[in-house]
Ligand binder design. Structure first.
Ligand SMILES: [Fe+2]
Length: 250
């Protein structure tokens, strides 16, 4: 973990007390993974699946963030860095800009397997972290943090938040003629993933203009998502969004 340079995010950094997880919590993790795995093997992007084995995720034990980060570091320099919970935007962006992914350490209970109002370690690690092993995606995510860290206009940040939402959280990619998921919100939610894969959600070809014009809705299953054809396309969209933001055209 390379957190020495963090300033606004520093108060939110914690230590993951791995030994404190109970057998019941490991069992809940195993159940969450077991429920999603058949769907993921069929519907996740190949880069996600490669990342899953690169970071050494275990299906029956909660992830040790230090071990995950040790496997990520030589690949892309990303760290899965434990935080106390929800981060204010400046702290979140500062962490992304330094390749520290803010990672919660708590796990949902057995009573709420399908849904948690706030991200937990299942969403953050199972959903997000495998993609951080992919070089282009890793570069994109750092760049996103760096650009947003330099912006204070709330309306501009809200627009950039839509780009994050429709890529990092709910992105899909076309591979071998099929729609595959790489967004963490699809990967970590049975209901969201199924909604897309059974065809209940329209899929448009990714266009930055349309993404920036599409409001984020958190209280219902998606009716529209956007497919890229490569992760270079995501990175290029970020550069275009940056150019527009810097020239007041976003
Ligand atoms: Fe997320």
């Amino acid at each position: 973990m390379k957190t020495a340079t963090l300033s606004v995010a520093a108060p939110y950094i914690i230590r993951q007390d791995y030994a404190a997880y109970t057998e019941e919590q490991h069992a809940v993790w195993a159940e969450l993974v077991g429920r999603m795995m058949p769907e993921i093997e069929q519907h996740a992007a190949r880069e996600y699946l490669e990342g899953f084995s690169i970071i050494g995720l275990q299906t029956d034990r909660l992830p040790d963030l230090k071990a995950i980060s040790a496997r990520l570091a030589p690949r892309t320099g990303w760290s899965s860095t434990p935080v106390s919970g929800f981060l204010p935007a400046p702290a979140f962006f500062e962490m992304l800009a330094s390749r520290n992914f803010p990672t919660t350490t708590w796990l949902r209970s057995r009573e709420s397997l399908e849904y948690t109002p706030a991200p937990d370690i299942f969403h953050d690690v199972f959903g997000h972290v495998p993609m951080h092993s992919h070089k282009v995606f890793a570069d994109f995510l750092e760049h996103y943090g760096r650009v947003c860290a330099g912006i204070s206009d709330a309306a501009v940040l809200e627009k950039l938040g839509r780009l994050f939402w429709y890529t990092v959280e709910f992105g899909v990619i076309r591979q071998d003629g099929e729609i595959k998921a790489y967004g963490s919100g699809l990967i970590s939610s049975h209901g969201e993933c199924r909604n897309v894969m059974v065809g209940n959600c329209a899929i448009h070809d990714f266009s930055l203009d349309e993404v920036l014009a599409t409001k984020v809705k958190v209280d219902e299953l998606h009716k529209l998502l956007f497919t890229v054809s490569s992760f270079d396309q995501v990175y290029e969209a970020m550069h275009e969004a940056e150019r527009r933001a810097m020239s007041g055209r976003l």
